[in-house]
Ligand binder design. Structure first.
Ligand SMILES: *[C@@H]1O[C@H](CO)[C@@H](O)[C@H](O)[C@H]1NC(C)=O
Length: 475
């Protein structure tokens, strides 16, 4: 989750001239003439790329076409599992023995516990309990079809220059992939951290500087992690092709003093090439889509980069964009403004989604940062937190906000993945608690804010049927 918002401009976007997404019928053949043409027209001069793209045709292996598979992506993130974030995991950060009550991230947490075997025991206990098979069963019951699994680079490529505990996450990552397979949920493997940090946020492992770009070994290590993902989880028939997408890096922050565009573009090309080359078509049941973050900048600013059709085989890559309305200045907006912003995302992703699938890989029901800085909610239970948001007006808003976002993401883009499946006391960010309360329907095809013909908004102002919520207070 990002801590800043770049959505301000969206507030000014008028919902006008919206065009509909042409969706591919289910089962449409991947290799239509134009795809083949772009793969085969490459000359031999650029030997390496040509080889990759020819191999990329993988004639006998189906492509996942994530975001274009013929049904919308409906998913949840499994955040707070393999990368500690203080707001997702306050009980781990605020134990009595830790004198520093302001530990921002896993890097600092590791450095605060001198006994590494003690730290290891805490982490293993957490891995074992945060998400279990029962969670996957519930996700399937709720009609979800996708999970996005954030994984840290140190699970695959540790270094003695970092305090993290390497590799100990792997048995649970395998369990997660196996559960996704068993419950028929597609999985997105998301490299959520890279050496040096790609965004300076807690979610990158280390808050503070953005230094991914400063040492070529950082990108080499990230790519090493991506290649291992392919070797271990794609080129192995036991996983039955459950990995439908691999995201090369979560939320890189691009800009001045941050990651230069040229650096990120090179990393995207290099990691795309490395992933395609690592796929063994004799073993992989499915070719995963390479998922690339929009890095918080406008979709159209990427048009030129992706216009190289000789490199970017259509349908083999997709875009991840994140939509949050919880951070300044949006956190001061009215309910109506939040709804309007959610509806206005359509025209901003729709035109790009026609060229390359755009999936909203993170969003939530949060409209402020209550409980996001972790300390204010220490000891607050989920039930107590729900009760701070269960006035009639709040309950209704949450359900409507849900529908405005997801119906827009499905109509104009390839679908959505909620952040997060669970939390400790952040109910607007916890899918399973939001379902319990009735903010999110347990039947995902249910729409109760369908706008009447001619209505301007993407949702009606009142629900079409009476709604009830698990708990309510007047007001
Ligand atoms: C991490 O990746 C680098 C770059 O490819 C490689 O040299 C190194 O051996 C890898 N380390 C581990 C622990 O796999």
């Amino acid at each position: 989750m990002r801590k800043v918002s770049v959505l301000v401009t969206l507030a000014l976007t008028l919902v006008s001239g919206a065009s509909r997404v042409v969706s591919l019928p289910a089962g449409q053949a991947w290799q239509d003439a134009s795809d083949r043409g772009s793969e085969l027209s490459r000359g031999e001069a650029d030997g390496q790329v040509a080889r990759v793209l020819k191999a990329d045709a993988f004639p006998t292996v189906p492509h996942a076409k994530f975001g274009r598979s013929g049904r919308p992506v409906r998913g949840v993130n499994l955040g707070g599992w393999f990368i500690l974030e203080n707001w997702e995991n306050p009980s781990i950060f605020l134990t009595d023995d830790l004198v520093n009550k302001d530990i921002p991230d896993e890097w600092t947490w590791m450095n605060s516990i001198s006994d590494k075997s003690d730290a290891k025991q805490r982490l293993l206990a957490h891995y074992n309990s945060w998400i279990t098979e029962a969670d996957f069963q519930k996700m399937a019951e709720y009609g979800l079809n996708t999970v996005r699994l954030p994984v840290p680079h140190w699970a695959f490529n540790g270094s003695s220059s970092e305090p993290y505990l390497d590799s100990i996450q792997l048995p649970w990552i395998s369990k997660a992939i196996g559960w996704a397979r068993d419950y028929n949920l597609d999985m997105v493997l998301d490299l959520h951290t890279v050496p040096g940090s790609q965004n300076g946020y807690d979610n990158s492992g280390r808050a503070g500087a953005i230094a991914f770009q400063n040492d070529p070994m950082n990108a080499a290590r990230a790519i090493d992690a991506l290649v291992k993902m392919v070797q271990w989880y794609v080129n192995d028939p036991q996983w039955k092709g459950v990995i439908k997408a691999i995201e090369v890096v979560n939320e890189p922050k691009m800009g001045q003093g941050q990651i230069p565009r040229s650096f990120l573009e090179k990393f995207y090309r290099d990691s795309y090439t490395a992933i395609r080359k690592a796929i063994d078509p004799t073993k992989a049941p499915v070719i995963p889509t390479v998922l690339l973050s929009d890095a918080f900048v406008s979709q159209s600013s990427w048009d030129n980069f992706y216009s190289d059709a000789n490199f970017w085989a259509s349908g083999s890559y997709a875009i991840d964009t994140h939509h949050y309305e919880a951070f300044a200045p949006l956190n001061s907006y009215s309910y109506d403004q939040h709804i309007q912003i959610a509806c206005s995302v359509g025209p901003s992703i729709g035109p790009t989604n026609k060229k390359r699938a755009v999936v909203v890989g993170e969003f939530s029901l949060g409209i402020d940062t209550r409980c996001v800085p972790y300390k204010p909610c220490k000891g607050v239970t989920m039930e107590q937190d729900v009760r701070t948001l269960n006035k009639d007006s709040q309950n209704l808003f949450a359900r409507k906000f849900w529908e405005a976002q997801t119906s827009t993401f499905e109509q104009y883009g390839g679908g959505w993945i909620f952040w997060n499946w669970k939390g400790e006391s952040t109910s607007a960010w916890s899918y399973k608690d939001a379902v319990k309360q009735g903010w999110i329907p347990s039947n995902l095809d249910e729409r109760v804010f369908k706008p009447a013909a001619g209505e301007q908004s993407c949702v009606s102002s009142q629900p079409n049927v009476p709604l009830s919520f698990n708990t309510r207070q007047d007001g």
